[in-house]
Design a protein around this ligand. Structure first.
Ligand SMILES: [Zn+2]
Length: 376
């Protein structure tokens, strides 16, 4: 990965480039920042820059054999250690990243702004959390004791050191304190507070701030093809995180459908158009339970936002274009007298859906109750 492919972070990129050009390369660095701000992409770009044979003042070349291999995550001098857990094919006593390299390459090359949750999903370890085991620590030491194969630096990229326990950390301690010559350890963290202190104190911190909104906006337009207005809105809501922006974008696609459902539901509930409502409840009953549940969550979100508009606190309202227009018109109908009860009805429906209740009956009942509450 080249620095130019990392979203925003201009100031930090320049700083990193300068340190390498000045030969100030700390042997143990901690790239840390919130999820989705580019911690991992920056560490990859830095590793590539270190070993590029034709680097310029601005970036790695992207085409030399070293760059080529690092871009494919197959460089023999770039080692990875990432949190993993047992799967059907890898048992708990063999928990090292080497067994999961194909998945790791796919995941990172598919999306360098990979989140921890997305990684566990890719690993198919379901609800288990990954960890960096003592076996991994032993393996790291073995690998880094070899001479480098073909590049100037041997680099270890250890993603999420906060997933390393005391035993593994203790084993790595000496390495972190005094790595072999021309060895660079890059720790990439999202919560440095949870890194074992002895490791943390031996690394040089490189803080990665949130991505500036204009860079996020441009990335959403270029990489995801979002129209300018939507990209701008999402960029402002994403808090400087590209991963968060992508989630918002995906949700907003599903939400277009939910938005239509919601407006239909509220208009007809208010107007007491029972036949339309019953037909619609039948339609809704055909959607999967997960979708029904998400819709009910979405409905709560819009009710809440409409209530906030009603209370004239627009600065806490997070709505997109059409939703905002609808909520403006709808907000007079949501007030202190009914908002809690409407929420209650949506909650009951959610519970019943979760318990496999008859969806058509659950929704019909909910719509009748909400209609009454709106007309109060
Ligand atoms: Zn190169």
């Amino acid at each position: 990965m080249q620095f130019q492919s990392v979203i925003g972070q201009q100031h930090l990129k320049e700083k990193l480039l300068q340190t390498v050009q000045d030969g100030r390369i700390s042997h143990a660095q901690l790239f840390w920042g919130a999820e989705g701000c580019g911690n991992l992409p920056l560490a990859l770009a830095y590793a590539q820059y270190l070993n590029c044979t034709h680097r310029t003042a601005a970036d790695s070349c992207g085409v030399c054999p070293s760059c080529n291999k690092i871009q494919k995550l197959i460089h023999p001098d770039l080692h990875f250690a990432v949190p993993v857990n047992s799967t059907k094919s890898v048992t708990a006593d063999k928990l090292i990243t080497d067994h999961f390299l194909p998945q790791w390459r796919d995941a990172v090359m598919g999306n360098p702004y990979l989140t921890e949750a997305q990684w566990y999903e890719a690993l198919d370890i379901e609800n288990k959390q990954g960890r960096i085991s003592v076996h991994e620590a032993t393996r790291i030491i073995e690998k880094l004791n070899f001479k480098s194969f073909e590049s100037e630096y041997k680099i270890l990229l250890l993603w999420l050191p906060e997933r390393m326990g005391h035993e593994a950390a203790n084993r790595l301690l000496k390495l972190v304190e005094e790595p072999p010559d021309k060895t660079v350890l890059l720790f990439v963290s999202e919560s440095p507070n949870h890194i074992i202190k002895t490791i943390l104190s031996r690394t040089m911190p490189v803080h990665i701030p949130p991505i500036d909104a204009p860079s996020l906006e441009a990335a959403l337009q270029q990489r995801e093809g979002l129209p300018e207005a939507d990209a701008g809105k999402i960029a402002r809501l994403a808090g400087g995180s590209y991963s968060h922006a992508l989630t918002l974008m995906r949700n907003s696609r599903e939400e277009n459908e939910f938005f239509e459902w919601f407006t239909f539901m509220m208009r007809n509930a208010y107007a007491a158009k029972f036949l339309e409502l019953f037909d619609w409840a039948e339609e809704l009953a055909k959607a999967g339970r997960e979708k029904q549940k998400n819709f009910l969550l979405y409905a709560q979100h819009l009710i809440r936002e409409s209530f906030m508009l009603n209370r004239d606190t627009p600065d806490v309202v997070y709505l997109m274009g059409e939703e905002e227009q609808f909520a403006q018109k709808f907000s007079p109908f949501v007030n202190e007298r009914n908002v809690e009860n409407i929420f209650h009805e949506l909650n009951i429906a959610q519970e019943h859906i979760a318990q496999n209740g008859n969806a058509k009956m659950v929704f019909t009942d909910m719509l009748l109750q909400i209609g009454k509450l709106l007309r109060k």
